[in-house]
Design a protein around this ligand. Sequence first.
Ligand code: PEP
Length: 248
Amino acid sequence: MRRPVIAGNWKLNKTVSEAVELISALKPVVKDAAAEVVICPTAICLTEAVSAVGGTNIGVGAQNMFHKDSGAFTGEISPVFLKAANVEYVILGHSERRQYFKETDADINKKVIAALNHGLKPILCIGETLEEREGGTTFEVITTQIDGSMADMKEMNLDNLIIAYEPVWAIGTGKTATKEDANEVIGFIRKLLRERFGDKVADATRILYGGSVKASNAKELMEMPEIDGALVGGASLDVNEFANIVNY
Ligand code: PEP
């Protein structure tokens, strides 16, 4: 059985004091969740967030990291620093990182490997653009992203890996993929994992859907057999909305 994960990507929102306030409000309303609950605030909030969730069922994740441990890489944070701060998860390859910061599958591959090597749980994001979907190349794009961002990982322990299928056209747009479409692509991702990494990895890896998930559509998405949770952007900033998604 794959335990569902509901992860909130706060993006560039919530200062430290606002983050602590949101966590305080969240704690009582998600405490009985069957799903694994994760929040991903900005890097500057991570230390406070880890203290604020202490002793609860809420895990903390970063939104990005560099693949090197330390050194002359101004402005970056690394897996060593995340581990030292007791951060458990890290979102990697989010479409906003790919689009605005020009991250490639090769960059993301190095980050995923570094995260796994340091005992973090990477949430690897992949997904097609609207142009790619309308051009009928979704499955090719997904294959390229899996092969690129998961290169040289055959011998690795992938127990901590989480994948998020996030069609770019559904992120922050209010347009959600239909539950059938999301399930189909996630099933395809699982088939790729089976072919490349074997049954154990394919059967154990949690593959989430992301893209305008809200309380009103969470249940129907989560009921689909291939969908193991959600990566939630906008709706994770609202306590009641996020709680209703978590407790779908
Ligand atoms: C995201 O940023 O990962 C996301 C899914 O955003 P939203 O839920 O706002 O579409």
